[in-house]
Design a protein around this ligand. Structure first.
Ligand code: HEM
Length: 161
């Protein structure tokens, strides 16, 4: 079993995944309620991954809201993919953590593609609803993983006492 010191990185990444996903969901809600969903455009490469044809658009009003949602996805991505990488490289014996981390990375990938589809379909209600559904699923998986990591590291503490 890993020592608590050896699990610090895993804990930071797993807790960070849960917290950052929650924050991104709140930002997503703001995108919807402020009507900023198509502020970057809604067709062709100009709207995604670019924003109105620019990598760094003028950040104000609805563009700032939509772009912040996209940029924060990068933060979530770093935490979620980081958790998966560290799980596979250092905690391969913890099967549950390995499974949940891998599932969360796959769900994240699907969610990014759905985010793209949300934009490119001009906020089609079915696609937007799927985007919300997958966001909830992602939060469930990363929270479950954070709880599993917490249990794993707490039991490590007990062994050393
Ligand atoms: C982990 C990744 C993501 C999560 C958890 C997430 C979550 C959310 C949530 C919860 C909403 C509000 C949905 C609602 O209340 O109906 C939302 C809205 C939205 N998201 Fe994401 N999102 C993610 C990534 C992306 C990406 C990469 C894009 C790419 C452009 C994107 C584009 C949008 C758009 C355009 C809306 C507004 C939809 C509308 O106005 O109906 N999202 N997101």
């Amino acid at each position: 079993m890993a020592s608590p010191r050896g699990t610090v990185g895993l804990r930071i990444l797993a807790y960070g995944s849960a917290l950052s996903t929650y924050v991104l969901i709140v930002i997503g809600g703001y995108v919807v309620f402020s009507g900023s969903g198509v502020a970057c455009g809604s067709s062709g490469p100009d709207s995604w991954p670019l924003c109105n044809g620019q990598a760094l658009p003028t950040l104000s009003g609805p563009v700032l809201v939509e772009w912040t949602h996209r940029l924060f996805t990068l933060v979530v991505g770093l935490f979620v993919l980081g958790t998966t990488v560290i799980a596979w490289s250092r905690h391969r014996q913890e099967k549950r953590i390995l499974q949940l981390s891998t599932i969360s990375s796959l769900v994240l990938l699907g969610q990014i593609l759905l985010g793209m589809a949300t934009v490119k379909t001009g906020l089609d209600p079915l696609v937007s609803t799927a985007h919300l559904a997958v966001a909830s699923a992602l939060l469930a998986v990363v929270m479950l993983n954070a709880i599993t990591v917490r249990r794993f590291t707490t039991s490590s503490d007990l062994v050393l006492r």
